[in-house]
Design a protein around this ligand. Sequence first.
Ligand code: SF4
Length: 362
Amino acid sequence: MLDRGGFCRFFRLIIYSGEGAGLKNRKRHVNIPIFIPHLGCPNACVFCNQRLISGKKEFSPDTVRSEIETALSTIPAGVEVEIAFFGGSFTGIDRPLMINLLDVAKEYVDSGRVGSIRLSTRPDYIDREILDILKNYPVGTVELGIQSMDDRVLAASRRGHTALQTETACRLIVGYGFRLVGQMMIGLPGADEESEVMTAQEICRLGASAARVYPTVVFRGTELAAMTEAGEYTPLDIETAISRTVRVLEVFAAHNVPVIRVGLCASEHLTSAEEVLGGANHEALGELAEGELYYKIICRELDVAPPRGGRFIIFVPEGEFSKAIGHKKRNRERLMSRYALCGITFREAPRLRPYQIRIDTL
Ligand code: SF4
């Protein structure tokens, strides 16, 4: 794993509703991910196996234009597009290369074919000098690999920076007027539910416009795999990964901070027993966690006014129908059984915020 945001592999575009926009005005958003593997990163986070995740062994700046062109040819009109430098730590790569890549991306923004630039990096690769450079380019969003705001967890994960450095970086990014996206992990060495909830709260407090949540996957060949085999680390099982993820999703929902990704993208690499030793390695993990949160919220409402075998209609926010009904419609089945209902209908309704629901009797 890595400081990511661009975990989906090279030509897979990431489409989601715009961050921070009101529901009504949300515009579909696409990142064109340019994945820069491990360049400039002298760190050795215990969970990181960047080459495996990127699915790409080498990086060639010469191919960037053709990657952007290929991606642009598949993007429908009316979508907000960002060129996204993901992987490694973009602001830590060789300065001439960083400038070169920013120049290429700027040409696309200047031509009007792309809206802005997005990049991911580490907290200790953010300072005023770097942000002054980024400010000369149409950079809109900086994704920060925060992972945890607990110094014990950061040390056990060998992140090589402190929570204070993260706080300083967040304040600088927001102060310079960039959108901040906070990336955090679930199930790191030394972490527990409390430290993860605290991390999510800190990400909100420090002004993030959006977040990504990555339950830890143990990749073979990483330090974390060695720790697992030595009995020094216990990988998350799927149920625990889901319940701990739900706790942080609740925090982000309470602060109206959209979570634009939960869990790694599905790929053969991620599900292969040859490459994954353990942890939250489930291709529908995000869907399961988001569905679980809806289940929790619906139960909370129904527990206040217990239904008596009636028929209900549950209104959910626009675009949230599949999350609310649950993976393979499991929420509907569980609710029918738990409350002995005759029927439940899910329907999308305008003006509801994510995880806000309304229940009516039919
Ligand atoms: S900072 Fe850590 S997670 Fe990010 S690329 Fe370097 S070693 Fe991997």
